[in-house]
Design a protein around this ligand. Structure first.
Ligand SMILES: [Zn+2]
Length: 237
């Protein structure tokens, strides 16, 4: 016989706070947290059971700037990702808008970046999902190529020995570093931003091989090796 444990129901409330829609979920947790729904831009607040409306309003108001930033980033994210792939539609490559053109050509499916265009060349018509996949793989490959060059350039400067480089599309992180394996994971979306933004993320992850945590030492190493890192970080919205 299986045992079933009855799960306490979470209580969900919706408030309006300073023009924001706030969806509060009260549940059995110790510390509250706040995040943004990337589609609706609602403010999602999870709180311990004994939290009243005033506490929620205080939390939302105290994080107003953070909320604005996250909402702006979510809007940008949607803009970058909801594309129709019609001829002339602009797509961002290394911080510059480039127009798509669709071409039928012999051989395998490929994407070719020229001075004026980002050409999608396929032997026959392909679906939107297939185009998204093709371009996604192309972006990842761009990041792999440029990222590898950056690692070759920076590893001797920092005197670190990085492991493997993995590039994949990630929704909430630009990069990460596993200090045990020294492997580095980089978000393929960085191919849409200026190369300097990728360089900032790459140096950040490589510096983790010298200092695993975001300690004062970590940031003084960043200041030492990449003095304008804050400026480069701000390219990432
Ligand atoms: Zn970090």
């Amino acid at each position: 016989m299986s045992m079933t444990r009855s799960k306490p129901e979470n209580e969900i409330y919706r408030y309006r706070v300073d023009g924001l829609t706030v969806v509060v979920t009260r549940k059995k947790i110790k510390h509250g947290y706040i995040r943004i729904d990337s589609k609706t831009l609602d403010v999602l607040v999870s709180t311990p059971v004994k939290t009243d409306r005033e506490d929620v309003e205080f939390l939302v108001r105290s994080r107003a700037n953070w909320i604005k930033q996250k909402q702006a980033a979510a809007v940008e994210y949607e803009k970058r990702n909801n594309k129709t792939f019609e001829d002339g539609e602009s797509h961002r490559v290394w911080g510059t808008d480039v127009a798509i053109i669709n071409r039928i050509g012999v051989g395998r499916r490929q994407i070719v970046l020229t001075q004026e265009h980002l050409a999608i060349i396929t032997p026959h018509e392909i679906s939107l999902a297939q185009k998204q996949k093709l371009l996604g793989d192309w972006y990842a490959n761009q990041v792999r190529i440029v990222g590898t060059e950056m690692i070759d350039q920076w590893a001797p400067v920092l005197q670190v020995t990085p492991g493997r480089l993995f590039v994949q599309k990630m929704k909430s992180k630009w990069g990460s570093c596993n200090v045990q394996t020294a492997n580095i994971r980089i978000n393929s979306e960085l191919a849409k931003f200026p190369k300097a933004a990728l360089e900032h993320v790459m140096v950040h992850e490589l510096v983790h091989l010298l200092e695993p945590s975001h300690s004062n030492r970590f940031y003084s190493l960043m200041d030492q090796f990449l003095p304008n890192w804050r400026e480069l970080k701000s390219l990432l919205i």
